[in-house]
Write a protein that binds this ligand. Structure first.
Ligand code: SF4
Length: 297
């Protein structure tokens, strides 16, 4: 009964205040997949113009499938985590050859498509009952039920149980918006929350204690060791990998010695070597003969 009331209240709130985003206006599984892959590690405001430019350049999975890998990486430039671009293209190539899988389980077989993304495409493009359980959904559902520390399987079962058959897309979007704007990781604005009346944690959220609980519940959950200092981005291998791909996008194929010269001075040679090895392993850079480096064909 409470679940029904909460559902109605949240859907009404979403109908009034939901964010108008370009990928929410389409049922095209390709467009939804592009948006979900872009959103995995990039902010919504940055994704909007890139999503629109991407669809203008490659409006279908077949168009993306036929594009040179170097062009795909160049178009992705600045979004970060470049292997997302190649995984997206790999998925497009499977779709171009075999057509779109018809359900969540089938979507999960596409390259680079995990549980969350498969559920998102199933709910948003196909209108199927599926729960796109990301960290926002986990947090909101845990607070609703006053049940932090549940196993991922238990949270997923609870999330699927709540999805209304007649509005799986609006439901998942509403939960995302609630988690992004009202019931956030840093603060719970319970006084502005449409479901506060039925929430076990209304007025009692302690984000610091939550982070401690998540930190204690094992690997793969946000939150660093107490007292540890955050690493500078420039000190990460992700930074080096990004600079290398950017240099290849800008200059085309170049010699390894030239690459070292054009990279920022603070990147030592051994970091370049390690980054090139991992980029080649991920299929993001081709290591040609005699030290020639290029983006994938
Ligand atoms: S009442 Fe507060 S804790 Fe509960 S869902 Fe709303 S914002 Fe989150």
């Amino acid at each position: 009964m409470d679940d029904d009331l909460r559902r109605d209240a949240l859907l009404a709130w979403y109908a009034d205040t939901g964010r108008d985003l370009p990928w929410r206006r389409t049922r095209d599984p390709y467009a939804v997949l592009v948006s979900e892959i872009m959103l995995q590690q990039t902010q919504v405001s940055r994704v909007v113009p890139r999503f629109e430019a991407w669809l203008e350049r490659w409006p279908t999975a077949a168009a993306l499938a036929a594009a040179p890998g170097a062009d795909v990486l160049a178009e992705w430039s600045g979004l970060g985590y470049n292997n997302r671009a190649l995984r997206l293209q790999a998925a497009a190539r499977v779709v171009a050859e075999h057509g779109w899988p018809g359900d969540e389980a089938g979507l999960r077989t596409l390259p680079g498509v995990g549980d969350y993304t498969a559920a998102a495409v199933a709910a948003f493009a196909y209108g199927q009952v599926a729960a796109a359980v990301d960290t926002n959904q986990v947090r909101v559902l845990d607070r609703w039920d006053g049940a932090g520390g549940r196993t991922p399987k238990a949270v997923r079962e609870r999330a699927i149980d709540l999805v209304p058959e007649d509005a799986p897309d609006a439901w998942n979007h509403a939960l995302m918006d609630l988690g992004a704007t009202v019931c956030t990781a840093r603060i719970a604005r319970c006084d502005a929350c449409p479901v506060a009346e039925w929430c076990m944690s209304a007025g009692y959220v302690d984000p610091v204690a939550e982070r401690a609980l998540r930190g204690a519940s094992g690997p793969g959950v946000a939150g660093g060791a107490a007292g540890s200092r955050p690493q500078r981005f420039e000190d990460t291998q992700r930074y080096v990998r990004g600079r290398i791909v950017a240099a290849l996008v800008e200059r085309g194929p170049i010699d390894r010695a030239v690459l070292v010269e054009v990279l920022p001075d603070d990147i030592a040679g051994e970091r370049v070597a390690a980054a090139l090895t991992s980029l080649a392993h991920d299929g993001l850079v081709d290591l040609g003969p005699e030290g020639l480096l290029s983006l994938p064909a």
